[in-house]
Design a protein around this ligand. Sequence first.
Ligand SMILES: [Zn+2]
Ligand SMILES: [Zn+2]
Length: 247
Amino acid sequence: MRAIIINTPQHVVLKKVPQPEKKPGEVLIRVRGMGICGSDIAAYKGVNPLVSYPRVIGHEIAGEVVDIPPDEPSLKPGDRVVIEPYVYCGACYPCSNRRTNCCENLKVRGVHIDGAMSEWCSHPRHLVHKVPAGASWDRLAMVEPLTIAVHAVKRACLVQGEHLAVAGAGPIGLLAAQYALVVGAIPIVIDPIDERLAAARSLGIPFGINPVTENPVDRIRDITGGRMAEAVIEASGSDVARRRNLM
Ligand SMILES: [Zn+2]
Ligand SMILES: [Zn+2]
C-alpha cells in the first residue's frame, strides 16, 4: 500500500510499504478520510520531541471496515468507522483513573507509532467507533479534532449565558466555539486573520476580534459588560495569545 512518511524532519515522501497485519483484537480498516493536524505539521517541521523517524503521520482517521475480530457482534465489513488514535495501556495509574490520555505508556498514532496516512490501517477494536452510514468522509475526518474541542469546552464547565474566549480560529478553535453555542454559552473568537473571523461568523459565532486592529481585552470587556470571559481556550499555539489575560 502507499503511505505518507516523514523520513527525517522536512523530508516527506509517498512510499510503498507492506500492508498492516491485523493483530488479534484489531479491526482492519480501509482509510477513506484523513485530516492534517497541527501535530502532523510539527512532525514534519521536526519540532515535536515525541516523534521518532521515519514515521507514517496522520491520526484524524475515518475509514471502512474490511476485517473484524472473530465473534464481533457490532461491526461488519463495510461499516464506516472513526478511530481513537491514542493507544493506552489500561494498566497504569492514570489509566486506572480513566485519564487514559495521560497513560504512562501512551502510544499516539503518527507520533510514537505509525499513523494512518496510508491506504489501510489496523487498530484495536475498543478504539474503533461505528458512525452513521451516510456521513461524508470529509466530515468524519473532523471527528477526532471535534472530540478535542468538546473535551476542552466540557472541562470549562460553562453554563448558559457565560462567555468563552477562544484564541485562534483554526479548526480546533472554531469547533470549540461551535460547541460552546451547543451548551448555551457565548463564544468570542480572537484571530489576526480576517478570513478566519469571517468563517467564524458564517458558522454563527457572534463575536470575532482581530487583535492586530483591536484591543481584545477592551473588546471582551465591552462584550461581557465588564465581567470578562468566564473561560478561555487557547487554540492558537501563539505565545502572545498565551500571555494575554482575557478572563
Ligand atoms: Zn490532531
Ligand atoms: Zn496506561
